[in-house]
Write a protein that binds this ligand. Structure first.
Ligand code: SF4
Length: 211
């Protein structure tokens, strides 16, 4: 673990190396860690601005070794806000370490963020292996309350569609955050219907009041 006041583009824990390539996100989830912490695992993840692609590659080359089992696009924003960067960096990772697993943590709204691009095909061609999608609701109304998407009502359906198609090409899982306002059983049912596994994440932030 590293304690630093510097912004981290690359950070790590155990055998996972994480990439923090943007702080932009189309959602404003009530439980988002950005609301109550400046970083995780001793790394500062609030960025003054998105790093240039070459800066990400420089950091990656500095820290990525064969001791890591996976590289994860995650951090303090939605990676698909920078689809082209995700794809270029993925190619570089596979060039350096062809056997390493690349995971993308996403809110599942990549097709709304990049409406003119076949996002799933681009991700597949770039070498992404695993996609983890934040679900956090079992219906559009709950999703709007909990995740506050800037794309409005169409967001939840878009997320489900993205997951359904991606499930044909990648290892896929959904995640939910364990807050009382999220109906875990209903989310599990929905995930089961789509034959997608569901991971439940612990929440350690302040108490939440959701209107
Ligand atoms: S989708 Fe992720 S980064 Fe975006 S607001 Fe929600 S939890 Fe935060």
């Amino acid at each position: 673990m590293t304690d630093t006041n510097d912004e981290s583009i690359v950070y790590w824990r155990k055998t996972s190396l994480y990439l923090n390539i943007t702080n932009k996100c189309t959602n404003n989830c009530v439980f988002c860690v950005r609301n109550y912490k400046t970083g995780v695992f001793g790394f500062r993840l609030k960025l003054k601005k998105d790093p240039e692609e070459q800066a990400i590659i420089r950091e990656l080359r500095k820290y990525l070794t064969s001791a890591f089992e996976e590289v994860v696009f995650t951090g303090y924003g939605e990676p698909l806000e920078r689809l082209e960067v995700v794809c270029n960096i993925s190619r570089e990772i596979k060039r350096l370490f062809p056997d390493i697993t690349i995971r993308l943590d996403t809110n599942g709204l990549g097709e709304l963020i990049n409406p003119d691009i076949d996002v799933i095909t681009e991700l597949k061609l770039a070498g992404i292996d695993h996609i983890s999608i934040s679900l956090n609701a079992s219906n559009a109304e709950q999703y709007a309350k909990i995740c506050k998407p800037k794309f409005g009502k169409q967001s939840f359906e878009a997320l489900l569609k993205f997951a359904k198609i991606a499930n044909n090409f990648f290892k896929i899982n959904y995640t939910i955050v364990a807050i009382p306002q999220i109906d875990i059983q209903a989310c599990q049912k929905l995930a089961d219907e789509q034959k997608i596994s569901l991971k439940i994440r612990h929440y350690s932030g302040p108490e939440l009041v959701i209107e």
